[in-house]
Design a protein around this ligand. Structure first.
Ligand SMILES: *Cc1c(COP(=O)(O)O)cnc(C)c1O
Length: 538
């Protein structure tokens, strides 16, 4: 058995800017757990030398984007060969960089594909330059490089692949290259491919005009492509579903929604996780090493933590939180303190995630929170998402306009580094998506490894993990809510949260413990990758 895992983005560390958010970080965590568990897996993605952007916020609260050049040489080796694919009838040469720092002796190699070669036409050199930066045409070219280029690279370097795992539809053109090699036998392709879908939002599924698809991918398209990929548009998800032996969503609810969106396909689910060793603060690592030493190999061991003394747990949380607060103060001058309840909200700034729901009744929030609650926000808006940028402006402007009535900071440039700092330091991790649009989410899982608690709408993974007021807080119940109802529930919970934190420390500690012992044993990528292994890789 040997698995090739293909993903449009892979996030391994903050230094390698080839990810934008959840999808890429999940891919990175998948790879890290596969390496730890000694599962034969190789990974393929694209090398974005101008990455995803670095965010700064100007004095007007406007997001600004910078695209500094990324030099890969410190992190990976160029391999001495290229593969060649046809795009619009031209030869496009694809170079390969090998990163082998994941796991012991680079057990899981990660191949980064790069068209920025002098031999290519200037436009073709730009194909792999920016992640999610281009138009539809750039996008289909990127997907051709990932799927078809990726397939050719694997054929050259990795013998004996038994399963191609397409992480999202972006890699689906792999099936077309494989189909050619299998002499047009669709069953043979299906035998080798599995597919994970990641979004319940229809616009999140890539669709291409057939005219464009024929122009770009001409020789790779089989004559029955409309039967395989949809009649009107080439739908990458439909193509992937048609040419995979198995498919899954990334939480139970997302599996259900996916079956409704794509009736007639057999779609299961494997709920996402996080790589425990990446996301646990050094203080908590030391604590777990002392009391639950098996946790590194087997995070399930964290189900039993009763013997960790209260004081040591509190101290670890205090230190992790202090690190976050010190950093916030150093960059903002906000004068935060580790003695106040600290609530964090960090995710992509886009409308359905409703970052500003907590500001729907400002007077209420001011009265409840001043001198009791500190709020830290972060998140990038996609450069073309104007309403996402408005959300950021609203948060930044609220923090300035009411600086004497609310303790609120927007921390620019949310990435793997600041994401770790925030998820390790937070007392409470807030999440208010419009259900059921959060396929899974993973940031809240990171918080649990660090003694923080979640307060979230029952969407994605949290719907499976939450025991309300036992291991965290639920906003609403197991139904879709409108914004007013969600805001009302959010405020009710905030009251309870503040009371519990300041007046019932024993209960707070108990919720903290249950956040660790109920949740971390399940919501980690070791469990997740083993689920993939047993259900889909064999
Ligand atoms: C974990 C993480 C994510 C994904 O978390 P969500 O809960 O899906 O938002 C996104 N960005 C960063 C920087 C992260 O660390």
């Amino acid at each position: 058995m040997k698995v090739a895992y293909l993903s449009m983005e892979i996030g391994l560390t903050a230094n390698i800017p080839t990810y934008s958010g959840g999808l890429g970080i999940l891919a990175g965590d998948h790879i890290k757990s596969a390496a730890d568990l000694n599962i034969p897996l190789v990974a393929v993605t694209l090398l974005y030398k101008r990455g995803y952007f670095i965010q700064s916020i100007n004095p007007m609260g406007q997001q600004e984007e910078m695209y500094p050049y990324f030099d890969p040489r410190a992190f990976m080796e160029p391999l001495p060969f290229k593969v060649t694919i046809k795009i619009e009838g031209r030869d496009v040469h694809v170079g390969v960089w090998k990163h082998n720092q994941v796991g012991i002796k680079g057990r899981v190699p990660v191949y980064f594909l790069d068209t920025d070669l002098p031999i290519n036409a200037p436009d073709d050199r730009l194909i792999t330059q920016f992640l999610y930066g281009g138009d539809t045409h750039t996008r289909i070219c990127q997907e051709a490089v990932l799927g078809i280029g990726g397939y050719l690279v694997l054929k050259r370097l990795e013998k004996g692949i038994t399963t191609y795992h397409m992480n999202e539809g972006h890699a689906v053109f792999l099936t077309l290259a494989l189909l050619k090699d299998e002499g047009g036998n669709e069953d043979k392709v299906r035998e080798k491919c599995v597919f994970t879908t990641h979004t319940p939002v229809p616009a999140g599924h890539d669709k291409f005009d057939y005219a464009m698809a024929h122009e770009v991918l001409g020789p790779y398209l089989p004559s029955n492509i409309r039967k395989l990929a949809g009649n009107d548009l080439l739908n990458t998800t439909v193509l992937a579903l048609n040419l995979s032996r198995a498919a899954n969503g990334v939480s139970e609810l997302h599996g259900e929604i996916s079956r409704q969106m794509f009736p007639g396909f057999n779609i299961g689910h494997i709920t996402n996780g996080v790589h425990h060793l990446t996301w646990t603060d050094p203080e908590f690592r030391t604590l777990y090493d002392k009391y639950v030493p098996q946790w590194r190999q087997n995070p399930q061991a964290l189900a039993k933590i009763d013997h960790i003394p209260d004081e040591e747990l509190k101290t670890a949380k205090y230190i992790a939180k202090k690190r976050l607060i010190n950093y916030i103060n150093s960059v903002s001058g906000a004068g935060f303190t580790e003695d106040l309840l600290t609530i964090c909200f960090a995710r992509r700034a886009t409308a359905y995630k409703r970052a500003t729901l907590i500001f729907s009744d400002l007077e209420y929030l001011f009265n409840l929170s001043f001198d009791r609650v500190q709020l830290i926000f972060a998140g990038k808006a996609h450069p073309q998402d104007l309403s996402g940028k408005d959300l950021i402006r609203e948060i930044v402007n609220t923090s300035k306009q009411y600086e004497n009535r609310i303790r609120l900071v927007f921390l620019p440039n949310y990435n793997i580094w600041s994401g770790a700092l925030m998820t390790r330091g937070a007392d409470v991790w807030l999440n208010t998506p419009r259900r059921p649009r959060e396929a899974s989410g993973t940031s809240g899982m990171k918080v649990c490894f660090n003694g923080g608690v979640n307060m979230s709408v029952l969407d994605g993974w949290w719907r499976e993990a939450c025991k309300n007021r036992v291991n965290g807080w639920a906003i609403g119940d197991d139904e879709d809510q409108d914004d007013d109802d969600a805001a009302a529930d959010l405020y009710k919970n905030l009251d309870d949260l503040v009371t519990t934190y300041y007046s019932k420390p024993k209960q707070w500690l108990s919720i903290m413990r249950r956040s660790i012992s109920d949740i971390t044993p399940v919501f980690n990528t070791h469990r997740m990758v083993l689920d993939y292994l047993h259900k889909y890789y064999y």
